[in-house]
Design a protein around this ligand. Sequence first.
Ligand code: UTP
Length: 502
Amino acid sequence: MLSYEDVKSRLEGAEQAHLLRFWPELSGEQRGDLLSELSRLDFSGLKNHCRGAAEAAASEPSGADQHMQPVQPELVGSVLKSDKKTQANWEDEGLVQISENRVGILLLAGGQGTRLGVPYPKGMYDVGLPSKKTLYQIQAERLRKLQELADLKHGTQCTVPWYIMTSEFTLDPTEMFFKENNYFSLEQSNIIMFEQRMIPAVTFDGKVILQDKCKVALAPDGNGGLYQALVDNKVLVDMEKRGVQYLHVYCVDNILVKMADPVFIGFCVSKGADCGAKVVEKAYPTEPVGVICSVDGVHQVVEYSEIQPETAEGKGPDGELLFSAGNICNHFFTRAFLKEITQNHADKLKQHVAIKKVPFVDECGNQVKPTKPNGIKMEKFVFDVFPFSRKFVAFEVVREEEFSPLKNADEATVDTPTTARHSLLAQHYRWALAAGATFLDEHGNTLPARPSVTAKDSLPAQCEISPMVSYFGEGLGQLLEGKTLTTPFLLDVKRATELKSL
Ligand code: UTP
């Protein structure tokens, strides 16, 4: 920890001496807390960070919109547009890589989840499924099942290590939650949690915000903080030791995520890609999602806020939307690519401005909860490494099968606990129907097949299938074909054993 004099002179150099303005009235313990927090700031970059944040917040959007081109068709794979055999080949390739321990997964779980508004990490959220499983548990079980599928096919005992990036907000509770749940029966040594950096929030005139008299307003540095965190925590060294060559990176909040999806991994590997991204077709031209495209020949994500409506509406020769590749934060990277990024490009990643309401302490020492945005949080985004890729590919998947993020509390209309729950139940119902089951409601009436939950009045049947029974709908025919089942229906391992013996 630095001395008071040291911190003071460094802060003065960075034009941030106001952070010590309450020093005379702090207790010994509070002074210790503040000094320890300030000592951890990156003083060499602090002045630039603060000035850069204020300038970026005041500047116009980039204008990338003018130069956008769709990704070339030969670099795009598609679940919808490819035949069963091609998909099976990709899946086989993916399962080979998984069975030979060359695949790892990396969960981005350092976000504060402010929109959802719960005081614990989003992964611990239970969206109200019949099983009451949390997002972390669902993911852990998918991982176990996937390893099992690869082992069954190749007679191996493989491991897909699970790297979890957390932040100061999420590390302790996540660690505790996994421990309390006995790591969901995964090997503890194959779950590697690490922490990303925190950076200060800044006012519009470039001053670091004091949240409390003895506490700086810090926030995680965005999911693109991943690349610095990989270095800080020697994650690539761990991957190398384990022989992991390919990494699937994903967000904590997508309840439908297919972790280490063998089809996606197999597609990327067979294309020789160093970097890949799953995309879904935009629901409508101006949907607020980032678009994967090429700008002046360089692949990248252009944020919806930077795309003019006329560009968003642009159509190709067959009337299809030109820029329909919505980014769903589901990425493939080779270890070699990540090494190149961390060694040569991590410090060049773009900083994005997020204007937020940041609680602060006013000149008189009163705590203030602002009613309108007063601060800038700078964030890096995980996708900002795409421009450095030598072989970038995109992989189009079906939204209702693979993407339903939990972003907001239930008061909102989209991306809520309810929509996440419905997406999962509807998917499992589709799987069960496709496997040949018929469902009755609690009064014995036959339930109709409801193909989607998009219609507002159509609630999905209560049908939940444990990932320990099926990773992505496979293997259900032998259990469900010709069976008439009553909802709510929960197909866990015990029920599957009973059904098998019928
Ligand atoms: P979001 O951008 O949706 O942020 O993160 P969030 O923190 O979950 O929610 P809000 O915006 O505060 O409501 C997308 C993914 O990136 C991770 C999140 O945990 C989520 O999986 N993330 C975000 C990080 O890992 N670190 C960050 O600094 C920010």
